[in-house]
Design a protein around this ligand. Sequence first.
Ligand code: AKB
Length: 316
Amino acid sequence: MDNILVIGSSGQIGSELVMALRKIYGNEHVFATDIKQPTKEIRESGPFQILDVLDFKNLMHFVVRYKITQIYNLAAVLSGNAEKIPLQAWDINMKALMNTLEVARQSDAKKLFWPSSIAVFGPTTPRYNTPQLTVMEPNTVYGISKLAGERWGEYYYRRYNVDFRSVRYPGLISYKTEPGGGTTDYAVEIFYDALAKGTYQCFLKEDTALPMMFMDDAIENTIKLMEVDSSRLTHRSAYNMAGISFDPKQLAEEIKKHIPAFTITYKPDFRQPIAESWPASIDDSVSQQDWGLKTTYDLPKMTKVMLEKIREKQKK
Ligand code: AKB
């Protein structure tokens, strides 16, 4: 039986991934950890412990003590925040990854998931339908750390047999836990403001298209990648994930179908050049072939669910 450790379980991805994994593997086999308190449902449904991934000794101790066989390491400083504290963000992002790679090498927790991002691409990358293998010259701290991380992951796979698996997440859209410090965060904030204030001031220009994905699709596909037979994986860096591409204006138009009085204004800030350096759309055909990536949410379906669920939350 697998015992799974999720690092960063209180964050946007972690808080939903833990619950999905607990459904499959059983509550007591999925260990949630973070330096922040988790959601109520995580705390009440299974084990949670405060654990700092930067503390190698404690991490190793935890993995041995609970006989962990798989690790999901989701701890990261996202793109916007990383630009404010470049050296610290580099240290945190890289140390968090290197600690889990080393723990995987030295223990029985050989299977390791670590999220990469569309941020690995840069201004010299083909911007539309970006292929799996292409020019990668990221110009953000976060992107540089994600690209370095992909290279290290593949290195540990080849050199030490660590079963490293990763995807290049697009912007993730969810209603349970809000993201923090990313460039794609506008696509979540907009729903809260649309419902609470009827208006939103966007920090990106109206025509800045980016790839995005609804969280349910992201979680389902992440677990699918981790469960597929290792022999099917032809890439050990990170796999492209396309999701749906849209710009702020298109999202605002979709929201207006539900809230006709909704208005949006644009005040681009330091995140605008970050967004412009990333792809507008992604080709994920290699992921579809290798491990069966499949998504079910388009822009109208996602918008409807986001508005319904956030409305319910705001009523409580
Ligand atoms: C961010 O905006 O930093 C993240 C990402 C695309 O990795 N959501």
